[in-house]
Ligand binder design. Sequence first.
Ligand SMILES: NC(=O)c1ccc[n+]([C@@H]2O[C@H](COP(=O)([O-])OP(=O)(O)OC[C@H]3O[C@@H](n4cnc5c(N)ncnc54)[C@H](O)[C@@H]3O)[C@@H](O)[C@H]2O)c1
Length: 428
Amino acid sequence: MSQPTTENPNRRDFLRGSAAVAAAGVLASQYTIAHGAFAQGSDILKVGLVGCGGRGSGAAVQALSADPGARLTAMGDAFADRLDASLKNLKETEVGDKVTVDPSMQFIGFDAYKQVIDNVDVVLLTSPPVFRPAQLAYAVDQGKHIFCEKPIAVDAPGVRQVFAISNKAKEKKLSLVSGLCWRYDHGMRATFEKIKEGAIGDVRLVQATYNTSTLKKFPRQTGWSEMEFQLRNWQHFHWLSGDHNVEQHVHSIDKVLWAMQDQVPVRCTGTGGRQARTGEESGNVFDHFSVVYEFENGVKAFTSCRQMDGCDGDVSDHVWGSKGYCDIFKHLTKGETNWKFNGDKGNMYQTEHNELFKSIRTGQPINNGDYMTKSTMMAIMGRMSAYTGKMLTWDQALNSKENLTPEKWEFGPGREPVIATPGVTRFV
Ligand SMILES: NC(=O)c1ccc[n+]([C@@H]2O[C@H](COP(=O)([O-])OP(=O)(O)OC[C@H]3O[C@@H](n4cnc5c(N)ncnc54)[C@H](O)[C@@H]3O)[C@@H](O)[C@H]2O)c1
């Protein structure tokens, strides 16, 4: 069984020929180049935060710690209380003196991202995933460097859009760093390099597991519209989060993709359901998934995830090859090559920003568009297969017309939280 190589690109250019690529190609020559604009280390880099929750606030600290000239100058959120709390907390951190967000630079509402992006050099996109394609598109159009959290979309139209956007970022020489943080962990990098070098021979089987406890909930409050309730509880609604196979398990799925040298699968079969998520206000996401991905060279990846209280947790990834085995999280190989990583793993969240800001300063942009779109699409494909009960090919999934993004964003009635039923829910 041969390892996928660049000589055998099979599904590497997974969107070749699609409308998205055509659009990116036509537009590519029209863009100006931001290259080297911040080359002097003493220049101030204005940083904006879109989505001032847990991850966004963390990313802001990391951005400000990464570069002496970085200043947080604009913030945006759907809700004023979230922005206020984040701003207060950020001011109390060790980088609080670099938090200089004037009241006129605090933006609230669905369009807040535009005002933040208009006023900064670097933007941190950390709102719920459904908003990512539109926010990425605007940031790249405005010529801004980007850190964007995973996943990058909740549906195939969103993935196709982001693929085009990331090509556009490349053409404009903008940095686009993904929040798929394990790609920035030095131990993971060394481990996947070992696999690539052939330490375990040809990859034959991959196992990826993400079993955790359930999600936090924000009980409905007087005065909240249904839309506000759903948005504040975005992880519980698949149209906002993509479901946890996409929102959380994408980290593991990305490691499957990494082990496969970023070659995407040809098909998958998924199962899943809800046993523990019941009752009022429990949204419509599943609480467990199991998806088997199959690659062109016959390799299979067995992936599963669960979000239930009272059960054992397990977040681990394993790869078996023709000459040995690799425990991804323990950073070791066994078999013909017995190896263990003993170096400094670093702080992957900080490394993301160190490398982002360095890339801006040196005019050598980073573009993580390829793997962040592929792994998000793999995760969406698994969800669609589990929801419908159908085996899906990559091409079917990628060309899916299911569009979960509303045409218009406004507070008022939310979406009816329909729960998928395998065998009944149709693939669109
Ligand atoms: N890489 C990682 O390890 C990691 C860890 C946690 C979360 N994440 C990702 O980060 C993102 C945010 O997760 P979180 O845990 O911080 O969630 P959160 O709910 O704490 O924060 C999200 C914030 O976005 C705001 N928001 C909602 N709609 C918005 C809009 N249209 N415009 C601007 N702001 C909006 C919310 O009000 C909230 O303040 C998610 O995509 C999640 O998957 C990544």
